[in-house]
Design a protein around this ligand. Structure first.
Ligand SMILES: Nc1ncnc2c1ncn2[C@@H]1O[C@H](COP(=O)(O)OP(=O)(O)OP(=O)(O)O)[C@@H](O)[C@H]1O
Length: 292
């Protein structure tokens, strides 16, 4: 993997080394490595079927890899005791594609599910209060807690899923295509919510997306999946300096240029201060040196 800013000396809450995943002999990942920095929003991109979701599932222990080592918050996945595994799972939140809400439960009850699972000792009234707070934190009105998923718009469902992902005050947040299916205004609002929550709560965010606007607006760095591995990770300007055909086509194609133009327009527009957060770049200077 080419880590384009390998002078970083901070913590890595997620470290993936030499990951191999295969289904019936079909190899999805071959010797994939990736390090996610504490406090960053890492965008994860790649063509359809390159294994972004499988990578996320491997990190959170839903996919048993054929080989490789995954360390999350200092714990080696697959090596912890049951108790350590439960403790670890309570330290991340996941928003799956489509929200994955229980349709027979209200939004509030959905948010209560992980609270009940991990902290059964919490009294019912307090648990309901916490759920209502998380619903508001995800940008929904408090009344939404009493609604069923079928009564919500697509954007509200995403926020309900986010509220559930935030239920346990996680340190890590995994988002799988959170703006897919949202209109541009809804997607922009969700991006701002994500950036705001990450900054306020000090979250580390692993964000799978096809949305170029999201990458430009809120991601600190971007990891590119191709050829069964992470071929590069860096800021968008760092990635643009690479001569890889997929990266050039993706970021420098018509859609990529339009997204960059929109971001530049926003940066130049002083009235847009509150609309879209600036691109955060915590990576330091580009060294261009391959890490491994
Ligand atoms: N449980 C499974 N059994 C068999 N094949 C699987 C399984 N899960 C994923 N795959 C295959 O692994 C490959 C990678 O899938 P994955 O969903 O990770 O891709 P992705 O990069 O997230 O794609 P997209 O951008 O379209 O969502 C695909 O070819 C998929 O068919």
């Amino acid at each position: 993997m080419t880590d384009l800013s390998s002078d970083y000396e901070g913590e890595y809450p997620i470290v993936v080394e030499g990951l191999v995943n295969a289904f019936d002999g079909f190899v999805v990942h071959q010797d994939l490595s990736l390090k996610v920095r504490k406090g960053e929003i890492l965008g994860v991109v790649g063509g359809s079927g390159t294994g972004k979701s499988v990578l996320m599932r491997s990190i959170i222990g839903l996919q048993q890899p054929e080989a490789g080592e995954i360390t999350v918050l200092g714990h080696k996945m697959g090596e912890s005791t049951d108790e350590e595994g439960i403790d670890l799972r309570s330290r991340w939140g996941v928003l799956f594609q489509g929200g994955a809400l229980f349709s027979t439960l209200t939004v509030g009850e959905n948010v209560e599910v992980p609270l009940k699972q991990f902290f059964p000792e919490i009294a019912d009234a307090l648990r309901a209060d916490i759920a209502r707070f998380k619903v508001r934190l995800a940008g929904l009105p408090e009344e939404a807690a009493a609604k069923y998923p079928s009564e919500l718009s697509g954007g509200m469902k995403k926020r309900a899923g986010l509220a559930r992902a935030l239920a346990l005050d996680p340190e890590l947040l995994f988002l799988d295509e959170p703006t897919a299916g949202l209109d541009p205004i809804g997607a922009d609002a969700f991006d701002r919510l994500t950036r705001g929550l990450a900054d306020t709560l000090g979250l580390t965010v692993f964000l799978i997306t096809h949305d170029l606007d999201t990458l430009h607006a809120i991601c600190d760095r971007v990891a590119v999946l191709a050829d069964k591995k992470v071929i590069a990770v860096g800021t968008i300007p760092e990635l643009l300096a690479l001569d890889h055909p997929w990266i050039q086509e993706y970021f420098n194609g018509p859609r990529g240029r339009a997204a960059l133009g929109a971001k530049d327009q926003t940066s130049n527009d002083s009235t847009a201060e509150a609309r879209v957060p600036a691109l955060h770049d915590n990576s330091g200077a580009s060294s261009g040196e391959p890490e491994a």
